[in-house]
Ligand binder design. Structure first.
Ligand code: DGL
Length: 292
């Protein structure tokens, strides 16, 4: 549906019929679980006329302790499904996928695919010079944040902490549990010792812990949630490609997961403000010929 060469990457005032048709299609947003909801929230604010297809790979969460080969394979399956569902753009609302799979899959699919690392790195360097990044072990090991940050500002110093206990606590809805405060303290301590001036939420799950993190982090440390910056990048890209939904409509989201729909609905209710309708889907296994 996204024919090669049909979309003019420069700004165009004369939209062709293919672009007009695509404008109405949803934007695909995915994560391993409820983390991507922090991105979805920013997308709702930034793109009030758009519709979304949200996918949480809850059967295989967490991604952050998996190998690159596994993550690339999962991302291929998700993108293959999203193309079948006719999304006009795919947004990786997942740092781990963005760090380990984006550069590999970007050329395999004929649709715009946005990741979260670069918008996050850009925002971080605008905020400070002593930057702490909390992320999954896979994202930390990829060195994606230090590389992206130092490419923009070679003077910036970066400290990273892998936080493997965070995602299970969030997916199991344990944010208010006493042990969560202790775990947050354990992970932030090395960054406090390093006297960071900026903390980057390098995993989309972690902003759900913001009330706990703010209890420990000094107010002088700026917190950067890359989600808002990714949403701004998505808005710019849609505009450039002539794919923004111009008609005012009812913003809608279809929620799909690979695991238990009820569990996802119950956990996400607190952030969405209502109990969502959630479908269970089975992802296709892509064949090489299915990839563009
Ligand atoms: N929320 C994702 C991220 O931003 C994945 C976390 C996980 O499943 O480990 O990295």
């Amino acid at each position: 549906m996204f024919e090669k060469g049909k979309i003019n990457k420069g700004y165009c005032s004369d939209l062709n019929s293919s672009q007009k048709k695509l404008q109405k299609f949803p934007i695909g947003v995915f994560d391993s679980g409820v983390g991507g909801l922090t991105v979805l929230k920013s997308l709702y604010q930034r793109l009030p006329n758009e519709s979304f297809l949200y996918f949480g790979d809850t059967k295989r969460v967490p991604y952050g302790t998996r190998s690159q080969a596994e993550i690339v394979e999962f991302v291929r399956q998700i993108l293959t499904w999203m193309v079948q569902e006719q999304v006009k753009m795919a947004i990786m609302a997942c740092n781990t996928s963005s760090a380990l799979a984006l550069e590999i899959v970007r050329t395999e699919f004929d649709l715009p695919i946005l990741g979260i690392i670069l918008p996050g790195a850009r925002a971080a360097v605008q905020t400070g010079k002593r930057i702490g990044v909390i992320a999954t072990p896979a994202t930390v090991n990829s060195e994606s944040y230090p590389q992206a940050i130092q490419e923009i500002n070679p003077e910036a110093k970066v400290w990273q902490v892998g936080c493997p206990k965070f995602v299970p606590l969030i997916e199991q809805n344990q944010i208010a549990a006493p042990q969560t405060l202790a775990v947050v303290y354990e992970y932030l301590q090395p960054l406090l010792d390093a006297r960071i001036d900026t903390l980057v939420y390098g995993c989309t799950h972690y902003p759900h812990l913001e009330p706990v993190i703010s209890q420990i982090l000094p107010r002088s440390v700026s917190q950067v949630d890359p989600a808002q910056h990714l949403a701004a990048a998505a808005a710019r890209e849609l505009e450039l490609l002539g794919l923004s939904q111009t008609q005012r409509g009812q913003q809608s989201t279809r929620f799909c997961v690979s695991g238990c729909p009820n569990q996802f609905a119950q956990t996400s209710q607190q952030w969405l403000g209502e109990l969502p309708v959630v479908e269970n889907i089975t992802l296709p296994v892509p064949t090489p010929s299915a990839l563009a």
